[in-house]
Ligand binder design. Structure first.
Ligand SMILES: *[C@@H]1O[C@H](CO)[C@@H](O)[C@H](O)[C@H]1NC(C)=O
Ligand SMILES: *[C@@H]1O[C@H](CO)[C@@H](O)[C@H](O)[C@H]1NC(C)=O
Length: 301
């Protein structure tokens, strides 16, 4: 079998998986939770009212959106807890943000959920490394710390824990020689890079979902997610993964689903929330980007 026909066979398998999930009621849960969320009524004005004492930004802590597994309020609080010091990102809230983003993807149906499994395996690699480092704290910062470049890395060395932050992880892994610039390994840095690229995709998707067209029609979330993917992650994926991902986006819910997912009633309210999330993501993304860039890690295999 040629590569293309093998890929075609694999796609059929993926569709069968989707089909069987659908048939066996794998989607019921999502419908149920989305209806529940809907029946709870619109809490936007209570949750997100942005006028009054809180100023344009609204309250910094949002309330829970009942009936949903994904909580946009939690996502925001994790994202906002991640930036630290002048240019660092704390790994614990960073990974917690990903936990919430995984719930977001899982809410979008079983196909996008398949992508989120990949993300989960990445977050657990970093968590595993962090646990190991905790068990062997003496191996953390070797004597070469000061020979490493960038004063920002030095800043990181002053905080405790090898996997405390993005910069401390970079510093420790470089120092221990576990980052391979030529071959694929399971280093925290290369794993972070995968998450980092996926974060850009989700950021772009949410940004597009927040946009209100001046004239013309709203594009479907499925279209927007595909566009976001093509502009970001697709550049790093093989032909087969690209096809599979695009299939996943076809099965995505309509815009109304996203209103219910974050407890809002219309596009304007959705935009308000999503723009906040996007701002918080950009802060984290830019800092991570800078740290990876300064250490020549944007292309780790
Ligand atoms: C927000 O709250 C203020 C004061 O509590 C109220 O006057 C205003 O109408 C609310 N705005 C919206 C959009 O619900
Ligand atoms: C993030 O980086 C982009 C691209 O480099 C830049 O345009 C944007 O202003 C930055 N935003 C923040 C909040 O740092």
């Amino acid at each position: 079998m040629g590569i293309k026909s093998r890929a075609a066979a694999a796609i059929v398998v993926l569709l069968l998986v989707l089909g069987s999930l659908w048939i066996q009621g794998g989607l019921d849960y999502h419908w149920e939770s989305c209806l529940k969320g809907y029946n709870q009524g619109n809490k936007f004005h209570q949750l997100y009212n942005s006028s009054g004492a809180h100023g344009v930004e609204g309250p910094q802590v949002l309330e829970e959106c009942p009936g949903q597994t994904f909580q946009v309020s939690l996502l925001l609080s994790h994202l906002r807890a991640a930036p630290a010091y002048t240019s660092d990102v704390l790994l614990q809230p960073y990974l917690s943000s990903w936990d919430e983003l995984v719930r977001f993807m899982e809410a979008l149906g079983p196909m996008v959920g398949l992508i989120s499994k990949e993300i989960e395996s990445k977050t657990s690699i970093i968590r595993q490394l962090a646990l190991l480092a905790e068990e062997n704290p003496e191996a953390e910062l070797g004597p070469d710390v000061h020979s490493l470049n960038a004063e920002n890395n030095l800043e990181a060395s002053q905080h405790s824990g090898a996997y405390h932050s993005v910069r401390s992880m970079i510093l420790v892994e470089l120092n221990q020689g576990v980052v391979n610039f030529h071959q694929q390994t399971d280093s925290g840095c290369r794993t972070l890079l995968r998450l980092h690229r996926a974060l850009l995709w989700l950021k772009l998707f949410l940004e597009k979902l927040a946009e209100t067209p001046v004239a013309g029609r709203f594009k479907s979330p499925s279209e927007l997610c595909r566009e976001a993917y093509q502009n970001t992650l697709a550049n790093h994926h093989t032909w087969f993964v690209r096809r599979a991902a695009e299939l996943a986006f076809i099965a995505m819910p309509e815009r109304g689903f996203f209103f219910r997912l974050v407890c809002v009633q219309n596009q304007q309210e959705l935009s308000t929330i999503l723009k906040r999330v996007v701002r918080a993501i950009v802060e984290v993304y830019n800092r991570t980007q800078k740290a990876l860039e300064e250490n020549g890690m944007l292309d780790l295999p």
